[in-house]
Design a protein around this ligand. Structure first.
Ligand code: AMP
Ligand code: ZN
Length: 105
């Protein structure tokens, strides 16, 4: 989506500190970290929010959860929080679905 900041990170027209990338997912540092580790995990396909999930996204969302856990463990976290702000009322500011991975060392 042309005016989406996270799509611009995916297509590299905006810089980010990318920590993991494959065909389906990209993971980068949140620009305003709220913990020692604060990554954003996003699908490469533009899905606005959890409110816009469809059954065709089942496999993708499963992969995101497994990769998030893998990345948390590789970062040395013994425990972590996953936050998915959803919709304006849920505090979402960037309307490209993303998981916040938050953990302290
Ligand atoms: P949310 O309220 O869940 O939509 O949070 C959006 C998150 O994106 C915030 O934690 C921001 O700090 C983060 N963010 C916004 N722009 C960028 C960017 N260019 N690079 C990295 N993180 C960003
Ligand atoms: Zn997008």
């Amino acid at each position: 989506m042309s005016n989406c900041i996270f799509c611009k990170i995916i297509d590299k027209s905006i810089a980010a500190k990318i920590v993991y990338e494959d065909n389906d997912i990209i993971v980068f540092n949140d620009i305003h970290p709220k913990a020692d580790i604060h990554y954003l995990i996003i699908p490469k396909v533009h899905i606005e929010s959890m409110l816009h999930l469809e059954s065709k996204h089942t496999e993708l969302m499963g992969k995101i959860m497994l990769k998030t856990n893998m990345i948390a463990q590789e970062a040395g976290l013994l425990g972590y929080k996953i936050n998915i702000n959803t919709g304006v009322k849920g505090g979402q500011e960037v309307f490209h679905l993303h998981l916040h991975l938050l953990g302290n060392k």
